[in-house]
Design a protein around this ligand. Structure first.
Ligand SMILES: NC(=O)c1ccc[n+]([C@@H]2O[C@H](COP(=O)([O-])OP(=O)(O)OC[C@H]3O[C@@H](n4cnc5c(N)ncnc54)[C@H](OP(=O)(O)O)[C@@H]3O)[C@@H](O)[C@H]2O)c1
Length: 304
């Protein structure tokens, strides 16, 4: 376990070693991503942040706060609906026009969808696309401008890898909220394994944040289900992890030498974790099959 006070101390020391860093943030308009962005603005003297979100005007108050928090920072907002893969491609092209090198990429877009498969215009389940396919696409697209020792942090469920439906990798026949969680959590880590093999100086961190008080599941689900979950989230909010702590933890993963190079599956408290299921899939060499599947999905969707 890495104690939060050690993390805060390490982050506070970043200014001694880094005058400026460039980070790309997808899913940072609220919750964990936003707090990671704030921690970045707080601890780096001249932070350069590219923020990808759906609605620029809605984010304006947070953007103003970032300028107040650190007036020496540069904060660029790119408006995009990143649940669709072609939009991610366009967004990454725009990022490449804005910066020539990035030090880290933090991916926290997405939500838990409760109910039946909810296909978007790409023909992919929307929540699965945000939480898995889109994150791999962002990473793949931005690799050419990542600094040699860059890091990617995916905020999802590292250390919770479980059963994979091997003959139904996109869960067309076995869709359920729980199956989506286990399947795409495992696929995320296995994709990071492949990327780490192909980019041995870089680091790919799949982090589980724990139960964090962001109210995410109530906000992103409609009707009675969303309302009921929202009530539970509000009732337990102050007894679970606060997003400010998680933001500090995510910045730590993106910058601390402890997570240099390789593929990391990290529990809520910073402890690297390998589940029995993940170890088995690694032994079977499933990562290559996952890579083939993911690239085939990209080709199918983007050929349209
Ligand atoms: N909070 C937890 O306890 C917890 C636990 C385990 C895993 N996670 C995972 O960690 C990630 C971040 O969680 P969080 O609590 O920070 O959630 P959050 O506060 O709801 O933030 C989610 C982010 O994803 C974006 N997003 C949601 N739906 C989108 C869509 N359809 N298209 C484009 N962007 C969309 C949101 O943008 P908008 O502002 O535009 O909505 C926001 O920036 C999520 O994937 C979540 O499932 C969270």
């Amino acid at each position: 376990m890495v104690a939060i006070k050690d993390i805060q101390q390490a982050n506070a020391s970043l200014r001694k070693t880094h005058d400026s860093l460039t980070g790309v943030f997808a899913g940072a308009t609220s919750g964990i991503g936003l707090e990671t962005l704030r921690a970045f603005a707080k601890h780096i003297p001249k932070p350069r942040a590219i923020i990808v979100g759906r609605n620029r005007s809605k984010f304006q108050p947070q953007l103003d706060q970032l300028h107040t928090l650190n007036p020496d920072g540069e904060y660029t907002f790119i408006e995009a609906e990143i649940s669709l893969l072609a939009n991610i491609d366009r967004t990454c092209d725009e990022i490449k026009r804005n910066v020539s090198s990035i030090d880290f990429l933090v991916l926290s877009q997405g939500y838990v969808h409760i109910g039946a498969r909810d296909n978007n215009a790409d023909g992919l389940d929307n929540s699965s696309s945000l939480r898995y396919y889109g994150r791999v696409r962002f990473t793949q697209n931005l690799l050419p401008i990542m600094s040699p020792t860059a890091r990617v942090v995916s905020v999802l469920a590292g250390g919770k890898e479980g059963k994979v439906f091997l003959d139904d990798l996109d869960l067309e026949r076995n869709y359920s909220t729980i199956n989506v969680m286990e399947q795409f959590t495992t696929l995320m880590t296995l994709s990071f394994d492949r990327l780490a093999q192909q980019n041995p100086k870089k680091s790919f961190i799949h982090a589980y944040p724990g139960f964090v008080n962001t109210g995410t599941t109530g906000r992103h689900n409609k009707g009675l289900t969303g309302w009921a979950i929202g009530c539970v989230e509000a009732a337990v909010g102050w007894f679970i992890i606060q997003p400010q702590e998680t933001g500090e933890r995510m910045l730590y993963y993106a910058t601390n030498e402890q997570y240099d190079t390789g593929s990391w599956s990290v529990d809520w408290d910073g402890t690297p974790k390998t589940t029995k299921a993940l170890a088995g899939y690694r032994e079977q060499g499933l990562a290559e099959k996952v890579e083939e599947h993911t690239q085939a999905i990209f080709q199918r969707v983007l050929a349209k």
